[in-house]
Design a binder for this molecule. Structure first.
Ligand code: GRG
Length: 312
C-alpha cells in the first residue's frame, strides 16, 4: 500500500481524540479512592506529573497499533486496552520525573510547569517515580480481566525489559558522556536505549493486546518492532533539533539546554539540515517496514509523519 499524506490538522485531531480518551482514563484511575490512599503528598505528586498534559504519544501509538491490527476503535477499546496504554504513559511520566532531578538532566520545567521535584520535594519526586514504575505491573496483572495470561505476560515482559535493559542503561550512558566529539554510532546507541525502546514497546504492547491469532504473527511483530525503533530514533533526533530551534514556551521545558550543558546531540555533530535528513530517512524506512504488514489503516504511517513534523 503506498502512503498517502494527510493534512497535519487531521493527524493532530486524530491524536487529540485518543489523547483525550487517555487523559480521561488516567484521571478516573487516579481518582479511584480504593486504589490510591495515603499519604496525600505521594498521590498529589503522581497526579501532578501524570495529569499535566504531554502528547500521550506512547499511549496513542499503543492504541493505534491495536486499531491497525483489529477492528477496534475509540468506541470499542476496553479497560484492558486503556490500562495498557495508560501504563506506557505512567512509565514515561516516571522517567521524566527522574530525568528532571538535579542528579540527572536537572530541569526545573516540565510540560510547561515546575518539575515534580520543584513543585514537591526531591525525595517525593524520587518516591513518586518509584511508585509509578511498579504501578503498571499491578494494574496489568490485577486489573486487566479480559487478556489471557500469555498476553499479560508479554506486556509485562516488554515493559520490564524496556525499563531495565534500555531506559536505565540509556540514561546511565547519556549521563556518562564526557566528550563532545562522541562518535555518532555511540550517540545512536544511547538514543535507541533511552528513547526509542519505549516507543517500540508501545507498539509491541498494542500488538500484544490484539488476539493471538494475527496471521504471520512473528513476522508482523518483527516489522512493527523495526518500525518502532526507527520512529523512536527519529523522535529523539527531532527532539534534539527542537531543543536548538524552538523556545521554552512551545516546548514546555527549557530550550537550548543541550548546548548549555555541552551535551553532544545529532545537530551538534552533523548540523540541523543533516540531522533532519537522517530523521527523514528513518521515517521513510519505518514506512517501508509498515508496508510489509497487513494493516487495517494508515494511521501508524501518519503518526510516523507526525513525529517528523512535530513542533513540541
Ligand atoms: C526506570 C523507566 C525508568 C527510567 C529511569 C530517567 C531515566 C531512567 C530515563 C530517562 C529517559 C528520557 C527522559 C529520555 C528522553 C525521552 C524524551 C525525548 C522524552 C520527551 O517525550 P515527549 O516529548 O514528552 O513525548 P511529553 O511531555 O509530550 O509526554
Amino acid at each position: 500500500m503506498s502512503t498517502k499524506s494527510i493534512p497535519t490538522a487531521d493527524i493532530q485531531l486524530y491524536i487529540n481524540t485518543k489523547k483525550k480518551l487517555l487523559d480521561n482514563f488516567l484521571e478516573d484511575l487516579l481518582n479511584n479512592p480504593n486504589l490510591f490512599k495515603e499519604p496525600q503528598e505521594l498521590w498529589d505528586a503522581i497526579r501532578y506529573s501524570l495529569l499535566n498534559g504531554g502528547k500521550r504519544l506512547r499511549g496513542v501509538l499503543c492504541l493505534t497499533t491495536l486499531e491497525s491490527l483489529t477492528n477496534k476503535n475509540n468506541d470499542s477499546f476496553d479497560t484492558d486496552d486503556l490500562l495498557t496504554a495508560a501504563s506506557l504513559e505512567i512509565i514515561h511520566a516516571m522517567s521524566l520525573i527522574h530525568d528532571d532531578l538535579p542528579s540527572m538532566d536537572d530541569d526545573d520545567l516540565r510540560r510547561g510547569k515546575p518539575s515534580c521535584h520543584k513543585a514537591f520535594s526531591e525525595s517525593t519526586a524520587i518516591l513518586a517515580g518509584d511508585a509509578m514504575l511498579t504501578l503498571p505491573f499491578y494494574l496489568i496483572s490485577k486489573q486487566c480481566t479480559k487478556l489471557s495470561d500469555t498476553q499479560k505476560l508479554s506486556i509485562i515482559q516488554t515493559l520490564s525489559f524496556t525499563t531495565s535493559f534500555a531506559l536505565v542503561p540509556g540514561q546511565i550512558m547519556d549521563l556518562a558522556i564526557k566528550e563532545k566529539n562522541i562518535e555518532l554510532n555511540k550517540l545512536e546507541k544511547i538514543y535507541a536505549n533511552k528513547t526509542a525502546e519505549l516507543i517500540k514497546a508501545s507498539i509491541l504492547c498494542g500488538a500484544y493486546l490484539s488476539p493471538n491469532n494475527i496471521p504471520q504473527a512473528k513476522e508482523t511483530i518483527n516489522y512493527l518492532s523495526n518500525y518502532g525503533s526507527k520512529i523512536g530514533l527519529a523522535f529523539q533526533i527531532i527532539d534534539d533539533i527542537l531543543d536548538e530551534t524552538s523556545d521554552t514556551k512551545t516546548l514546555g521545558k527549557t530550550s537550548g539546554k543541550d548546548k548549555l550543558q555541552n551535551k553532544p546531540t545529532y545537530p551538534m555533530l552533523l548540523g540541523i539540515d543533516n540531522s533532519r535528513k537522517i530523521a527523514n530517512e528513518l521515517i521513510n524506512d519505518a514506512s517501508s517496514d509498515l508496508n510489509k504488514v497487513n494493516l487495517k489503516s494508515q494511521n501508524l504511517q501518519f503518526l510516523a509523519q507526525f513525529i517528523l513534523n512535530r513542533i513540541n
